[in-house]
Design a binder for this molecule. Structure first.
Ligand code: SAH
Ligand code: SF4
Length: 359
């Protein structure tokens, strides 16, 4: 067996590896807990294993990617890490701390909600005109281990502060449902009670709107939350803003409705507000009509500028006017409080910035 990436292995794979090393298979579960419960990534530090096994594992497995540049926003709420992968691709991971009881200037408390925003692809093929990741184009899919090491990393930061990682959102670089098998395996792993141990209700997958995969997600992971990035109620505007995926707003909304009916969960529609493009009150009313009757909420995200993307951030007045027009039509709508803009860690700003490649 070639060098294995420990984080890519599921429990069966780990059991096979341990057996191949001539060790009793119950050791596999010990290794599993070390990794996924305690976050020990170096086999030499797995203190409950016999030394021989620690050494065998250390020889056989590739070290997981380690974060290089790590930045924390001025207000302390957001930490972003750049993660160089084995082949030189780069992705970013963001930890967002949300402390409802924080006083201005005080430290984030251990009990704060801590959410990691995971990347699932290097780059993205969907071509959304306003998104820094989209501007790179698609580079490659991440493996399960490459997705999950981000969650382990963010959890280690949370624990170092005396806190815990409480939520996971798949809203980093890439389109999660275009890497469905990997994301599905990652969801499984995150909610494994004998492993990472996060409730699936605390996990959200954000998609640009791929109806077939949205249906699979409802079947395979009915407790996981779904967020659908719609951005336009009307087909031609949607095609301008999100040129690649073929589904129309009507088809995407139908799949979202089905998801909510089948899972009993409330769907979130995300809507990036671009000044003068999709932020008028008439467009808000069209959106409300489009999603009428679905158990849902709308998350309005004022456009975040970054290099290589076009768009203008709407005024506060236009944003609140859009929100009000939705609320008047009975749609629950909120304006996302963006964190980490000063370190380019907010929605749509992730681009793995050390990789200014030519090709
Ligand atoms: N590919 C998935 C998840 C990653 S993007 C998706 O599109 O849903 C996460 C969220 O950031 C999406 O809602 C996306 O529309 C939003 N986003 C992208 N670029 C943005 C920008 N420049 N400003 C604000 N939000 C942006
Ligand atoms: Fe891809 Fe999402 Fe960015 Fe669109 S918004 S390009 S789907 S990452």
């Amino acid at each position: 067996m070639a060098e294995a990436d420990l984080l890519d292995l599921d429990l069966d794979g780990l059991t096979a590896l341990v057996a191949e090393l001539g060790q009793p298979t119950f050791r596999a579960r010990q290794v599993w807990r070390q990794i996924w419960q305690r976050g020990t990534l170096d086999p030499q530090e797995m203190s409950d294993l016999p030394r021989a096994l620690r050494e065998q594992l250390a020889e056989r497995i590739a070290p997981p990617p380690a974060a290089t540049a790590t930045q924390t926003s001025e207000d302390g709420s957001t930490t972003k890490a750049l993660l160089p992968l084995a082949d030189g691709e780069m992705v970013e991971t963001v930890l967002i701390r949300h402390d409802p009881h924080a006083q201005a200037g005080s430290r984030v408390s251990p009990t704060a909600r801590r959410t990691v925003c995971l990347s699932t692809q290097a780059g993205c093929a969907m071509g959304c005109t306003f998104c820094a990741t989209g501007a790179q184009g698609f580079r490659r899919q991440l493996s399960v281990g490459e997705v999950l090491v981000q969650a382990l990393l963010a959890r280690s930061w949370a624990r170092a502060e005396g806190g815990e990682l409480t939520h996971v959102v798949f809203m980093g670089m890439g389109e999660p449902l275009a890497n469905y098998e990997v994301v599905s395996a990652a969801l499984e792993r995150l909610s494994d009670a004998d492993g990472f141990g996060l409730s699936p209700r605390r996990i959200t997958v954000s998609t640009v709107g791929l109806p077939a995969q949205m249906r699979c997600l409802a079947d395979d992971h009915p407790q996981v939350n779904l967020a659908v990035s719609l951005h336009a109620a009307e087909a031609s505007l949607r095609r301008e803003l999100v040129p690649v995926p073929p589904a129309t707003p009507a088809e995407i909304v139908a799949a979202a409705r089905e998801h909510s009916e089948r899972t009993g969960r409330r769907v979130t529609f995300e809507y990036v507000l671009l000044a003068g493009v999709n932020d008028s009150r008439a467009q808000a009313r069209a959106l409300a009509d489009r999603i009428a009757g679905i158990r849902c909420q709308v998350n309005l995200i004022p456009f975040n500028p970054s290099a290589d993307v076009v768009g203008r951030r709407p005024s506060r007045r236009a944003t609140l006017g859009f929100q009000q027009a939705l609320v008047e039509r009975g749609v629950a709508a909120n304006v996302r409080v963006e964190k980490g803009r000063d370190i380019a860690a907010a929605c749509g700003q992730l681009r793995g910035d050390r990789v200014r490649r030519d090709g």
